[in-house]
Design a binder for this molecule. Structure first.
Ligand SMILES: Nc1nc2c(ncn2[C@@H]2O[C@H](COP(=O)(O)OP(=O)(O)OP(=O)(O)O)[C@@H](O)[C@H]2O)c(=O)[nH]1
Ligand SMILES: [Mg+2]
Length: 364
């Protein structure tokens, strides 16, 4: 009888040895990978926080402060890099530094008057020997006092539905805001109904219906090209008949220069009051924060035509011009009530002045 090894070809033996070597190497690689996974993750650099050296708030991911902090990343960066960059290492401001401070504020769209006043206040305190940290605090205070107290959406009336009219120029985010707001009321256990008052733009009714379906909210709509006042009248009547808590009405986007469309909006408001005396209880002007100071001229016109009661500032997440919040309140006297911090259904937040200022300048 032959022994086991006797029958083996030397070439086969070499192949077996190579295979064993490869297996050992692969095992080594796998062990190294497992070890790496067991290590704590590397520190993630939050580019957003760099400028103002603001620490992210230690709250849960979806907490108000965290959402503002993330959503205002770009504005904070601009404030941080330009504003604090304009201070010397000792925190002293000279004439050129002051100029740069004002420019930084203007470029974040807080408005020229506010920028000058805040710049002067900081200059004065710096001349008294204030530290950078103290100047940061002063900047926060100056911004905060210009924003005013938080203002919420109108309360539910004693009888009948709360009626909200949503207006604004094309693409500002009206329909998206309505979708998010409807979902919010729905989550709070309210019965919501939407009125498809944008009969002007092709596809607008469909878009609102899609948002309605997302949260199971009914939509009252007529044909494209129909009279928006008539649709909204029907929506309010239906809401009364069906014991609805909140009616939110979409409208066509319009340029403030389009006189007919602006007149039409005036008519919509008059008809709403006929359907339900006192309606609309809230007229929300949706402003796209990325347009900065142009938002002010829009606010001026809409305020005149329909008596805006609150502003929704959308797309704050995508802009470095978040300072426009200050200008809207400071120069127009209209409270910012809600802010859009993203495109998702959960990205509409009550405007929180404290969280806003902390997200811009840091809490320290
Ligand atoms: N990043 C971001 N995008 C937003 C926000 N709100 C709205 N958008 C986007 O802005 C775009 C326009 O939004 P719409 O809701 O259709 O705007 P609209 O005002 O109804 O527009 P018209 O019906 O044409 O007048 C869409 O792509 C939205 O997803 C926001 O808060 N953040
Ligand atoms: Mg729309």
């Amino acid at each position: 009888m032959q022994g086991f090894a006797d029958g083996l070809d030397p070439a086969l033996l070499i192949a077996l040895a190579v295979a064993a070597l490869v297996s050992v190497t692969l095992l080594g690689v796998a062990i190294a990978r497992l070890r790496r996974q067991a290590l704590p993750p590397p520190m993630m650099a939050d580019g957003a926080g760099q400028g103002a050296s603001a620490d992210p708030p230690a709250l849960d991911e979806n907490g108000v402060a965290s959402r503002f902090f993330r959503g205002l990343a770009k504005t904070r960066e601009r404030f941080g890099q330009r504003f604090f960059g304009a201070l010397g290492p000792d925190g002293k401001v000279n004439a050129a530094g002051l100029q740069r401070l004002e420019e930084a504020l203007i470029s974040a769209d807080v408005g020229v008057r506010a920028a000058q006043d805040i710049g002067a206040a900081i200059q004065k305190r710096a001349a008294q020997g204030a530290t950078v940290q103290a100047l940061r605090g002063l900047l926060g205070e100056e911004l905060r006092k210009r924003i005013g107290d938080p203002a919420g959406i109108a309360a539910f009336p004693q009888s009948g539905p709360l009626v909200i009219l949503v207006v604004g120029v094309n693409g500002s985010g009206k329909t998206t805001t309505i979708g998010k707001l409807a979902a919010r009321y729905q989550r709070d256990g309210k019965k919501v109904l939407l009125g498809a008052g944008d009969t002007f733009r092709a596809g607008a009714i469909e878009q609102l219906k899609v948002w309605g379906e997302r949260s199971g909210v009914p939509v009252v709509a007529h044909q494209e090209g129909g009279d928006p006042a008539a649709v909204i009248f029907d929506a309010i009547q239906a809401a009364k008949a069906r014991n609805i808590d909140v009616v939110i009405c979409d409208t066509a986007g319009r340029l403030q220069a389009q006189k007919t469309l602006m007149d039409e909006l005036g008519k919509v408001v008059r008809v709403m009051d006929k359907a339900l005396p006192g309606a609309p209880h809230e007229v929300l002007l949706v402003l796209d924060a990325t347009i900065g100071q142009n938002a002010l001229s829009q606010a001026r016109i809409f305020k005149e035509v329909v008596g805006v009661t609150g502003v929704v500032l959308t797309k704050l997440d995508g802009t470095a011009r978040g300072g426009v919040v200050v200008a809207v309140r400071d120069e127009m006297g209209i409270p910012v009530k809600l802010v859009g911090l993203g495109e998702g259904i959960d990205d509409l937040r009550d405007f929180d002045p404290d969280a806003f200022v902390a997200a811009l300048v840091g809490s320290g």
